[in-house]
Design a binder for this molecule. Structure first.
Ligand code: NAD
Ligand code: UDX
Length: 457
């Protein structure tokens, strides 16, 4: 088959690289309108940092994996077309701040309608509101093109930072299709692609709407666990209970399980908030305000967790951080990724800048230009000049030198192994550490003289 994937982002790139690696008999072309991104996929510095991804791409690229800006050309040749474009929260008009913005999806559908040929399978890879396949179907049907088609839903469950192992060994692959002989045939064709490396029993098929809704539901359940343990972390801080001990105690209950119970400065990433807001919007749209309010609370709790972290820091630093150097260790939304979308570090830095602190930011994978873009208006002072209170550090020890406090905002492994004695010796005293990921050995740091504040302990 000729497989085309529209969208060469964090999902399209790694997913298609894995399909190409495992299915040398198929030709896979990933297309994007973003020329810089495609150039990066064709270079030695991939636009997405994921452990193990370089090896997968270098084995398949040029053999049966291609990255191109020729969107129409690739669609015209394709038997199977994945849509893996971004579906951000709408920022304008009806549903602003909640609904998914589907303009990129509609653009893809219209582009397919214009140039596709033959018998094609269109696969929704992006995370979409339930019933989006219906809109795609109507656009394809209405165009009078020279093709027949089926629309499948095949949401992606990989997490960033572990994309390669997640793709190699998924808990399940979900395929939603129309329940007709043609729909079943299309679902089987897609299942055969994954079956090259995924055991058949892990390939689930459902109707299209269940598949679309399962993706939103999975993310809502995962985020809900993080907000639930974060809610308990606030109570732990008030009562001297230890949230990590509570998580361990409840996580051993096989009905609860140990995953996604790590209390933190708040969840980030491009998916959780966007997908829950989308779910909330759908519930409101279908006249279910109680259900909408239930899920919205997950977001409210996450916002509370992020702002609570800064308030605690400011309160501890004698109620002012104005003019004080604060070292920010980690800017990505989790370890092992260069992605900063919705990273809690953005919100923490903004609040600290608002308090007139000087933030010295170190992250091993995030570029300075990305940090400035994320801090947007805060990156400039009133005169349109760079804000002198934002300093990007290349060296983690320089970031901490003469700092009043260090805040850990991403759980990069290397932060655990730093020479903390050296950091202590070069900091102002009292030397405060705010561990927003509970990764440090707090008793050992306290012995050195640090004042350590974790989450929920
Ligand atoms: P992304 O922003 O990294 O990539 C999307 C790409 O699509 C961009 O490079 C953009 O230029 C391109 N694009 C948009 N419109 C286009 C068009 N008409 N033609 C060609 N290219 C176009 O997004 P992502 O993180 O890869 O997410 C993609 C989808 O997958 C979203 O719906 C997201 O919710 C879902 N998802 C993401 C993750 C994740 O971990 N990031 C996991 C599961 C699902
Ligand atoms: C998530 C889903 O896990 C994945 O299945 C979906 O396809 C995309 O969205 P991702 O956002 O890449 O993946 O990472 P994830 O590991 O889920 O972490 C999301 C956020 O929650 C991160 O900021 C992480 O630090 C935080 N988190 C996660 C916690 O604070 N505690 C936890 O126990 C787990």
């Amino acid at each position: 088959m000729n497989i085309c994937c529209i969208g060469a982002g964090y999902v399209g790139g790694p997913t298609m690289a894995m399909i190409a690696l495992k299915c040398p008999e198929h030709r896979v072309t990933v297309v994007d309108i973003n020329e810089k991104r495609i150039a990066a996929w064709n270079s030695n510095e991939l636009p997405v940092y994921e452990p193990g991804l370089d090896e997968v791409v270098s084995e398949a690229r040029g053999r049966n994996l291609f990255f191109s800006t020729d969107v129409n050309g690739s669609i015209a040749e394709a038997d199977m077309i994945f849509i893996s474009v971004n579906t951000p929260t709408k920022s304008y008009g009806v549903g602003a701040g909640r609904a998914a913005d589907l303009k990129f999806i509609e653009r893809c559908a219209r582009q397919i309608a214009e140039v596709a040929k033959g018998n094609i399978i269109v696969v929704e890879k992006s995370t979409l509101p339930v019933r989006t396949a219906e809109s795609i179907r109507r656009i394809l049907e209405g165009c009078g093109g020279e093709f027949t088609f089926q629309v499948l839903s095949n949401p992606e469950f990989l997490a960033e930072g572990t994309a390669v192992p997640d793709l190699l060994n998924p808990d399940r692959v979900l395929i939603g299709g129309e329940q007709t002989p043609e729909g079943d045939e299309a679902a089987k064709t897609l299942a055969d692609v994954y079956a090259k490396w995924v055991p058949r029993e892990r390939i689930l098929t459902t109707n299209v709407w269940s598949s679309e809704l399962s993706k939103l539901t999975a993310n809502a359940f995962l985020a809900q666990r993080v907000s639930s343990i974060n809610a308990i972390s606030a109570l732990c801080e008030a009562t001297e209970a230890n949230v990590d001990e509570v998580a361990r105690a409840i996580g051993t209950d096989s009905r609860i399980g140990p995953k996604f119970l790590k209390s933190s400065v708040g969840f980030g990433g491009s998916c959780f908030q966007k997908d829950i807001l989308n779910l909330v919007y759908l519930c409101e749209h279908f006249g279910l305000p109680e259900v909408a309010a239930y899920w919205e609370q997950v977001i409210i709790m996450n916002d509370y967790q992020k702002s609570r972290f800064v308030r605690r820091l400011v309160r501890t630093l004698f109620n002012t951080v104005s003019g004080k150097k604060i070292a920010i260790l980690g800017f990505a939304f989790k370890k092992d990724t260069n992605d900063t979308r919705e990273s809690p570090a953005i919100y923490v830095c903004r609040d600290l800048l608002e308090e007139q602190a000087e933030v010295h930011i170190f992250d091993p994978k995030v570029k300075a230009s990305q940090v400035f873009a994320d801090l947007q208006q805060d990156a400039l002072n009133g005169n349109g000049e760079p804000n002198p209170n934002i300093i990007i550090e290349e060296d983690v020890y320089a970031a901490c030198e003469n700092a009043h406090a260090v805040a850990i905002l991403t759980e990069w492994d290397r932060f655990r192994d730093l020479d903390w004695q050296r950091i202590y010796d070069n900091m102002l005293k009292p030397a405060f550490v705010f561990d927003g990921r509970n990764i440090l050995d707090a008793p050992a740091l306290r012995k050195m003289g640090f004042e350590v504040y974790g989450i929920g302990r």
